[in-house]
Design a protein. Structure first.
Length: 228
């Protein structure tokens, strides 16, 4: 009996250790490759901006195609060759430098709720900081650049499933709608299956070049306060 208890204790500790590791984000790597000796390695993004949030039922921004969508607004101040976006739920126990921490996250960070993330990267028709306003955002045209549901590059969720999301989008310089110019973007997130979005999350938007002045916020008002 003692031997069985000992084995069970070890298994529990291993499970806790694996779960803790699963909830820490590794370095966010770009699609750019660098040759190191005989092998090629992915170069980590130079500029990574982090947002810690909490999504709850009934607080969605829009319902599209039967799905409840939430948005995080991103101001990109200069041309970028590539943008990476990733999201993990729950937010886990990682420490993030200079993260934007929402009040909703602070109030709910001990929550064990999480959701199957599905993310989109969208570009708006607003290209100047001076043109950003609540009314302008409502009437803006939004172009979906990329989307992702499940990524094997991301940590697994607490149930051991690859249900977290990651995308990389390379600028299409010849197409004004799909070029990564300065402008207002947004990260849209929901669940893959129709249902409720509920739980803490960490979202990151990154670039392979430094972009001083990036803003990441849940609301336009909060974004304007960041970038003024």
């Amino acid at each position: 009996m003692k031997k069985l208890r000992s084995i069970l204790s070890v298994l529990v500790l291993v499970f806790i250790g694996l779960n803790a590791n699963a909830q820490k984000l590794p370095k966010f790597k770009s699609s750019i490759k660098k040759k190191v000796g005989p092998t090629e390695i992915a170069v980590p993004y130079t500029d990574v901006n982090t947002y810690l949030g909490y999504a709850k039922q009934g607080n969605e921004d829009e319902v599209k195609e039967g799905k409840k969508f939430y948005y995080i607004y991103v101001w990109v101040p200069a041309v970028a060759p590539e943008l990476g976006v990733r999201m993990m739920s729950p937010a886990g126990n990682g420490k993030y430098k200079n993260a934007v921490v929402s009040d909703a996250y602070t109030s709910n960070k001990s929550s064990k709720d999480f959701f199957d993330t599905y993310v989109t990267l969208e570009k708006s028709s607003i290209l100047l900081q001076s043109k950003i306003s609540e009314d302008a955002v409502k009437s803006a045209t939004w172009t979906t650049l990329a989307k992702n549901d499940d990524s094997s590059e991301m940590p697994k969720d607490p149930k051991g499933r690859n249900y977290n999301s990651l995308l990389r989008y390379k600028s299409e310089a010849a197409n004004p709608l799909k070029a990564l110019t300065a402008g207002l973007y947004r990260i849209g997130f929901t669940t893959y299956k129709t249902g409720e979005v509920n739980g803490t999350f960490v979202a990151q938007v990154a670039a392979p070049v430094k972009l001083p002045g990036v803003g990441v916020a849940k609301t336009i008002d909060a974004l304007l306060k960041q970038i003024k």
